[in-house]
Design a protein around this ligand. Structure first.
Ligand SMILES: *Cc1c(COP(=O)(O)O)cnc(C)c1O
Length: 395
């Protein structure tokens, strides 16, 4: 099928919740995607921070093929080797952790919310932040601090309250007897790549300790090396009580994980929680291959140095471009804050075969593969800089 045929067939039959761009992709290789008509695109979008090793990474493809041929599913009533290997790796990266596996970021956060309530033993309220994004299930959308995701779904699930991000005093004012913890993204991704001040997360950690509250970090987007370290919280030398991962974990296959300190995880007992597909051996084999690549292929180092280069070059460009307010980010999660809606820039880049994402209205979000080369970075940056010169300014 060509682009037009795929798009028409989809529109006729699929619930329209995504407002898709008019493009259908057929294959990918490294940092490049090819549409169904054979056109090549440079990918600074990575399926929303999912394909962090690029497309068709040999380690990941081999792991998926080999496991698919051996065994694809047995349920959590039984054990499999890929699942055992993955939970060992995740528990070790976290340090003294226990892992629950699901299929998505929302499910990882659901597990964290349910675990916090079990552990709270009567305390149930979780404080979250304005501008946050935690998922689309009813609990995680209730935890999400953006009203546009709530519209039409009320009543929301009780047990969440929102405070401004990067504001410890606001957290302290919001705390009540029934508060059990805080759920926070180290960098708000979907909310516009909002990076808190250097000491915020450390101070939230100390405040949680003083008040016997759980610190739950949603690293669904920032984890798995996106910021240059395995977990973003490693940059500030702290450790949360619970962390969630998904997006890049499976190298393109659906998988999510909740990792909790062992003593907290013990509040879950057989029958407390579960997921039919969670820990699926094919998804786990892919995730093990992704972690191997992060550990052995210099991917984290490359992501941090090429990311720093992109940040620096865009920062310089911004000084001569009156359409840009600020460039911010860490490693390979980069936001360019515009004085206007990001859409014309996204569309201009698309016309020139570069995939980028617009979020929070006026933020251009770049999520390139962590193993992007300097040359690929330069090619993408030239397209972005030209887009600022050529795209119309919206009213
Ligand atoms: C994407 C995202 C989620 C939701 O993940 P899904 O896999 O879409 O359920 C949750 N939290 C953060 C920070 C995210 O970026």
């Amino acid at each position: 099928m060509n682009n037009t045929e795929i798009i028409e067939l989809t529109h006729r039959n699929m619930v329209d919740v995504y407002g898709c761009l008019p493009l259908a992709f057929a294959r990918g290789h490294g940092a490049y995607l090819y549409d169904a008509d054979g056109n090549r695109y440079l990918d600074f979008f990575c399926g929303l921070a999912v394909t962090s090793l690029g497309h068709g990474n040999p380690r990941v493809v081999r792991a998926i093929k080999e496991q698919a041929e051996k065994l694809t599913h047995v349920s959590n009533v039984f054990h499999t080797e890929p699942t055992a290997r993955l939970v060992e790796k995740l528990a070790n990266h976290f340090g003294d952790g226990k892992v629950f596996l699901g299929n998505s970021g929302a499910e990882a956060n659901e597990a964290a919310i349910k675990l916090a309530r079990r552990w709270g033993n009567g305390r149930f309220e979780i404080l979250t932040t304005l501008g946050s994004f935690h998922g689309r299930t009813l609990a995680t959308v209730s935890a999400t601090g953006q009203e546009r995701y709530h519209q039409g779904f009320q009543p929301l699930m009780p047990g969440f309250r929102m405070v401004p991000f990067d504001d410890l005093a606001a957290l302290d004012r919001a705390r009540r007897d029934e508060t059990v913890g805080v759920m926070i993204e180290p960098i708000q991704g979907e909310g516009g790549v909002v990076v808190p001040r250097a000491d915020y997360l450390k101070r939230v950690r100390d405040w949680c300790d003083r008040n016997k509250l759980l610190l739950i970090m949603d690293e669904v987007q920032t984890g798995m090396g996106r910021t240059g370290k395995f977990f973003a919280f490693e940059h500030v030398g702290i450790k949360p009580d619970i962390v969630t991962l998904a997006k890049a974990l499976g190298g393109g296959l659906p998988i999510g994980a909740m990792i909790a300190r062992a003593e907290i995880a013990s509040s879950f007992t057989p029958g407390s929680h579960g997921s039919t597909f969670g820990g699926n051996p094919v998804a786990c084999a892919a995730a093990v291959a992704v972690i191997d690549a992060l550990e052995q292929d210099g991917v984290l180092e490359n992501g941090s140095s090429v990311g720093a280069y992109i940040l620096e070059r865009l920062g310089k460009f911004a000084r001569s471009c009156d359409r840009i307010v600020e460039v911010r980010g860490l490693g390979m999660i980069i936001g360019v804050v515009l004085k206007h809606d990001a859409r014309p820039i996204v569309e201009e880049c698309l016309k020139n075969r570069l995939l980028v994402n617009g979020t929070a209205g006026n933020v251009l979000r770049l999520l390139p593969p962590l193993n992007l080369t300097r040359e690929e970075a330069d090619a993408g940056l030239a397209t972005i800089e030209n887009a600022f010169k050529n795209a119309p300014i919206p009213k």
